[in-house]
Design a protein around this ligand. Structure first.
Ligand code: HEC
Ligand code: HEC
Ligand code: HEC
Ligand code: HEC
Length: 186
C-alpha cells in the first residue's frame, strides 16, 4: 500500500517541479520578448558568423524595402503551441548551458549546417509564405518542385532541403573568415 504521507510528499514535490518548469519557461519567454529576439539570440550568436551572414541576407534585412525575418520566425516552429514552447525553451535554456560548457571554437559549425532540417522549421517559412502553393502554380521555375512538396508525395522534402542557405548569406565564407576552419578538409 502506498501511504498517504508518501502521496502527500509526492504531491508537494510534483507541484514544486511543475512550478519550477513553468517559471523557467516564463522567464525564457519574457527574456526573448523584452530584448527583441534578434538581440537575445545575437547576444551569443552575433560574435559568430551567424549574425554577420544573417545581416547580409535578404531575410536578415538586406533588402531595399525594410522588412526582416526574426530568428524565431525560422528557428522556432509555428505549428502548435507545445512544440513552439518546447523549442523556445531549448534555445533559451539548453543553448546558454552549452555556451558555458563548451568553447564555441570547439563546436563544428560547418558540420552542424548539415543538420539544418532539424533546427529550421517549414511551419516558420509558411507563416510568411502562406500562399506559396497558389503563387507557384504560375511560376515556371518553382512550379514543379513546389507541387512535389505540397502534394506530400515525398515526405522527406523540406523547405531548407532545397533552399539550404536561406537566412544566412555565404555562411561558409563567414565561418572561414572568422576563424572556423573546416575540419577534415582534404
Ligand atoms: C529565413 C530563415 C532564417 C532566419 C531569419 C534565421 N535563420 Fe538561422 N538558419 C537558417 C538556415 C536555413 C540555416 C542553415 C544555413 C546554412 O547551412 O547555410 C541556419 C543556421 C543557423 C545556425 C547554425 C549554423 C551552423 O553553422 O551550425 C544558427 C546558430 C542560427 N541559424 C541562428 C540564427 C540566429 C541567431 C538568427 C537571428 C539573428 C537566425 N538564425 C535567423 C534559417 C534562418
Ligand atoms: C547564451 C548563449 C545563446 C543564446 C542566448 C542563444 N544561443 Fe543558440 N546556441 C548557443 C550554443 C553554445 C549553441 C551550440 C550548442 C551545441 O553545440 O550543443 C547554439 C546552437 C544553436 C542552433 C543550432 C542548433 C542545433 O541543433 O545544432 C540554433 C539554430 C540556435 N542556436 C538558434 C538560437 C536562437 C533562435 C536563439 C534565440 C531564441 C538562440 N539560439 C539563443 C548559444 C546561444
Ligand atoms: C518574416 C517573413 C518570412 C519568413 C519567416 C521567411 N520568408 Fe522567405 N521571403 C520573405 C519575403 C518578404 C521575401 C521577398 C519576396 C519578394 O521578393 O517578393 C522572401 C523571399 C524568399 C525567397 C526568394 C529569394 C531568395 O532569398 O532566394 C526564398 C527562396 C525564400 N524566401 C524562402 C524561405 C524559406 C525556405 C523560409 C524558411 C526557412 C523563409 N523564406 C522564411 C519573407 C519571409
Ligand atoms: C524540391 C525542392 C524545393 C522545395 C522542397 C521547396 N522549394 Fe522553393 N523553390 C525551389 C526552386 C527550384 C525554386 C525556383 C528557383 C529559385 O528561386 O531558387 C524555388 C523558389 C522559391 C521561392 C521564390 C518564389 C518562387 O515561387 O519562385 C520561394 C519564396 C520559395 N521557393 C519558398 C519555399 C518554401 C517556403 C518552401 C517550403 C514550404 C519551399 N520553397 C520548398 C525548390 C524547392
Amino acid at each position: 500500500m502506498v501511504s498517504r504521507v508518501f502521496l502527500f510528499k509526492f504531491g508537494i514535490i510534483a507541484a514544486a517541479i511543475g512550478t519550477f518548469v513553468t517559471l523557467s519557461w516564463a522567464m525564457v519567454d519574457t527574456t526573448i520578448h523584452a530584448t527583441s529576439d534578434h538581440e537575445f539570440c545575437s547576444s551569443c550568436h552575433s560574435h559568430k558568423p551567424i549574425g554577420s551572414s544573417y545581416r547580409e541576407d535578404l531575410h536578415g534585412g538586406n533588402n531595399s524595402v525594410g522588412w526582416r525575418a526574426s530568428c524565431s520566425d525560422c528557428h522556432i516552429p509555428q505549428d502548435n503551441a507545445l512544440h513552439y514552447l518546447w523549442v523556445k525553451g531549448v534555445h533559451g535554456v539548453v543553448d546558454p548551458t552549452m555556451e558555458i560548457l563548451k568553447d564555441p571554437y570547439d563546436i563544428d559549425w560547418h558540420a552542424n549546417r548539415e543538420r539544418r532540417e532539424h533546427y529550421v522549421y517549414d511551419s516558420g517559412c509558411l507563416s510568411c509564405h502562406k500562399y506559396l502553393e497558389q503563387t507557384s502554380e504560375e511560376n515556371a521555375k518553382s512550379f514543379r518542385p513546389h507541387r512535389k512538396y505540397f502534394s506530400g508525395s515525398e515526405k522527406e522534402l523540406s523547405c531548407v532541403g532545397c533552399h539550404e542557405h536561406v537566412g544566412h548569406a555565404n555562411l561558409g565564407i563567414h565561418l572561414q573568415e572568422q576563424g572556423w576552419e573546416k575540419k577534415n578538409e582534404k
